[in-house]
Design a protein around this ligand. Structure first.
Ligand SMILES: [Cu+2]
Length: 160
C-alpha cells in the first residue's frame, strides 16, 4: 500500500517534469521564430528614408572644372556647396578635366543609408561620382593625387 502511494507520487512528479520540459522547448522555439522572423530582419534592415529624400526634386552638380589639376586654378565648383534634403541632396561630381581626380573626405563620413562617402577610386575624365545624402552632413574633401584640390559639402535639413 505504501509502495503504491510512493510510486504514484513519483509518476506524478515525472509527469510534471515532462510538462515543464515541453513548456521550455515550446517557449524557446517561439523565441527563436520571433527572433529570426521579426527581430532580426528589422534590426538588419536599412533605416527607412522618406521617398522625397531618396528621390529629391533635383540634383546638386559640382563640376571638377577643366584645368582643375593645376594648382591655383579653380577645381571643385561650387567649392563650398550646400545641399538641402529633399531638394538637391543627390549630389553629382562631374569630372570635366582631362585628368583623373577623386572626391575623398578629409575624415571618414558614413551616411546611414548610402554608406561611406567618397569616390571609389578615381573619377576618370568625363565620368561622374554620385552620392545621395539622407541626413545632415558637413564634409571637407580633397583630391588624393592632387591634395591642393579641396572643397566642402554641407547637407542641411529642409526648413519647410
Ligand atoms: Cu585631382
Amino acid at each position: 500500500m505504501l509502495d503504491l502511494k510512493k510510486s504514484l507520487s513519483a509518476s506524478t512528479t515525472s509527469h510534471a517534469y515532462g510538462v515543464g520540459v515541453m513548456a521550455i522547448i515550446i517557449g524557446s522555439s517561439i523565441g527563436v521564430v520571433y527572433y529570426t522572423s521579426f527581430y532580426l530582419p528589422e534590426s538588419l534592415a536599412k533605416p527607412s528614408i522618406a521617398e522625397e529624400i531618396l528621390v529629391p526634386e533635383g540634383n546638386l552638380i559640382i563640376d571638377i572644372v577643366d584645368g582643375a589639376v593645376t594648382e591655383g586654378n579653380k577645381n571643385y565648383v561650387p567649392n563650398a556647396a550646400i545641399a538641402t534634403l529633399s531638394k538637391d541632396n543627390h549630389v553629382i561630381w562631374k569630372n570635366l578635366d582631362a585628368v583623373a581626380h577623386t572626391v575623398t573626405p578629409d575624415e571618414e563620413f558614413e551616411d546611414s543609408y548610402s554608406g561611406d562617402f567618397g569616390s571609389p577610386g578615381v573619377i576618370l575624365p568625363g565620368e561622374n561620382f554620385e552620392f545621395i545624402f539622407t541626413e545632415p552632413a558637413e564634409i571637407k574633401y580633397h583630391c588624393t593625387p592632387h591634395p591642393w584640390m579641396t572643397g566642402s559639402i554641407t547637407v542641411e535639413k529642409n526648413k519647410f
